[in-house]
Write a protein of this length. Structure first.
Length: 294
């Protein structure tokens, strides 16, 4: 699949409305293949990947890290996604192959995630302590849950729309947007915007009609003079695991525990949660790790 994924930052209503809009189709399709996700799992995971990417572009430094954790009482179990400000994302689903019947003709994301649980946002932006914001799940549909997070933890009245369109070949379209009023937004601005959003098609439908992100922003706001602030941000799904990083993780197990493994197994195989890459360590390699532990 050709990578046409983009995130664009825009302003409408003469700078009074901030818009971040994304096409994440290739990114979500790559995650689907990597984790062998069922249709309802890819819908939930794809929505969460998209909102994470939309949030991550507002981080300033390459060393900043955003972690999104969702844990609901549905059969999906939960999701974890990590991103830098590129944004380069990785993540995993606890139960990637679950299957649920359709609900009103649509994939039952809320049923998969569950309505009881929490959404946890961790922002590590170079301060002494990372920022942690946790809110209870509202519906498990992801967009509503993040809108609740923005209202509760960041005190912003933010409109969120996320969508993943799945067909027999995989992810057909995936995307999302965040609309946030600036401090000088008027009551008339908000009234017009609220009504236009209510009447708008789902973003996955608009993307499927080959609308550009700028066209989507104009359609959502009714503003034909939407200003592009930053474009051609290209989100990607990519894991940065390596055998060296896995070694560091094994060392944290401790000398005694590693020695017990050596005594009972010839080789061990570890699997990265984020990309399913397998790493094999021989008995000799493990013995070397034990020697290196002081």
């Amino acid at each position: 699949m050709e990578n046409k994924d983009r995130i664009i930052k825009m302003l409408a209503y003469n700078g009074r409305i901030n818009i971040i809009c994304a096409n994440t189709t290739s990114l979500v399709e790559k995650a689907r293949k990597m984790h062998d996700l069922s249709p309802v799992a890819v819908a939930a995971f794809g929505r969460t990947l998209t909102i994470t990417a939309l949030m991550a572009v507002n981080m300033k430094n390459e060393t900043d890290k955003l972690t999104v954790q969702i844990k609901g009482n549905g059969p999906l179990g939960g999701m974890v996604i990590v991103s830098n400000n590129f944004p380069k994302l990785k993540g995993y689903v606890h139960n990637p192959t679950i299957d649920l019947p359709l609900k009103n003709g649509k994939l039952d994301v809320g049923g998969a995630v569950g309505k009881e649980g929490y959404l946890n946002i961790i922002k590590d932006i170079g301060l002494k302590e990372p920022y942690i914001g946790m809110v209870p799940l509202i519906s498990g549909e992801i967009a509503e849950d993040f809108a609740s997070y923005f209202a509760t933890s960041e005190q912003t009245n933010t409109a969120v729309n996320l969508g993943v369109l799945v067909d027999c070949n995989g992810v057909r379209k995936s995307g999302g947007y965040i609309l946030t009023p600036m401090p000088d937004a008027t009551e008339d601005d908000l009234f017009i915007l609220e009504n236009r959003i209510k009447e708008a098609k789902p973003i996955s439908k608009m993307l499927d009609e080959n609308m550009s992100l700028l066209e989507i922003a104009k359609d959502l706001t009714g503003d034909t003079n939407v200003q592009i602030i930053e474009e051609n941000i290209m989100p990607i799904y990519e894991c940065d695991c390596s055998k060296e990083k896995i070694e560091k993780g094994l060392i944290t197990i401790g000398k005694k525990e590693l020695q017990d493994i050596i005594n009972t197994q010839i080789n061990i195989e570890t699997v990265c949660h984020f990309c399913n890459e397998k790493y094999t360590f021989t008995k000799e390699e493990l013995e070397k790790l034990v020697e290196d532990i002081k």
